[in-house]
Design a protein around this ligand. Structure first.
Ligand SMILES: [Ca+2]
Length: 233
């Protein structure tokens, strides 16, 4: 499977397990058991960390404009900790963030991800808004843009937590709005439930084909629907 990033909410108790106290200064050691049954498998860990950032669980709006270097709150309004996805099939992806634009280059399927994103809002934050300019070797109207999200303790795209929409290329920067709960036009593997709570996001462009030169993202947001107005006679 390669490397996977797994985020566990230690405050959510699983049946039969003890409660995580988590008080600052009271943790002296912790142990990770990679499997619950005997196995000959080998497990490699690249990073293990305990994160204490309750402020990031605040509600939205969630917005990443790629303009404020060094300000990387997981809940947005800055450049964020976006990196080039390196796991299969995205090994050719290169990301450059400059002047408020995230530019993705490489070969094959391209993707960037922010695995520290913490979205703790209700499902009202259900619109993906993205300003994007994909450059391809020839004009196209069918470049796949996939939005993949991650839940506590699960991997990216587990439970079909992803959507796919088609966008044109070589048309300069265009703004798109996609509605996450709507699954009627989605493929079988793209109908996972959107509940507004996710902790990692991957933005994928293309589906393995050749000929994608670059993708420039000027802004990326998760937006709430406008409130409705009630008129009382
Ligand atoms: Ca921007």
């Amino acid at each position: 499977m390669g490397y996977q990033y797994i985020l566990l909410d230690m405050g959510t108790r699983i049946s039969g397990n003890s409660t995580w106290l988590g008080s600052v200064g009271s943790i002296y050691e912790y142990r990770i058991d990679p499997a619950v049954t005997p196995t000959n498998a080998t497990f490699n860990y690249d990073l293990v960390s305990l994160i204490n950032d309750p402020a990031s669980w605040a509600s939205g709006p969630y917005s990443w404009d790629f303009s404020t270097a060094g300000n990387d709150s997981p809940s947005g309004n800055n450049s964020g900790r976006w990196i080039a996805a390196k796991h299969d099939p995205f090994s050719g992806t290169v990301l450059n963030v400059a002047s408020g634009v995230a530019t993705i280059t490489g070969s094959g399927t391209l993707a960037i991800e922010s695995l520290g994103i913490v979205i703790g809002s209700p499902s009202t934050y259900a619109w993906v808004q993205i300003d994007v300019n994909p450059s391809t070797q020839s004009d196209r109207n069918d470049l796949a843009f996939r939005y993949v999200w991650q839940k506590d303790g699960l991997r990216l795209s587990d439970n079909n937590s992803k959507r796919e929409w088609l966008i044109p290329t070589n048309k300069e920067t265009k703004r798109y709005n996609f509605y996450l709960p709507y699954t009627a036009d989605q493929g079988t593997d793209f109908k996972g439930n959107w509940d507004g709570f996710s902790h990692g996001v991957l933005l994928q462009f293309g589906a393995g084909e050749e000929g994608i030169n670059s993708v420039a993202i000027d802004n990326f947001k998760l937006l709430a629907m406008y409130g409705h107005v009630t008129i009382t006679p």
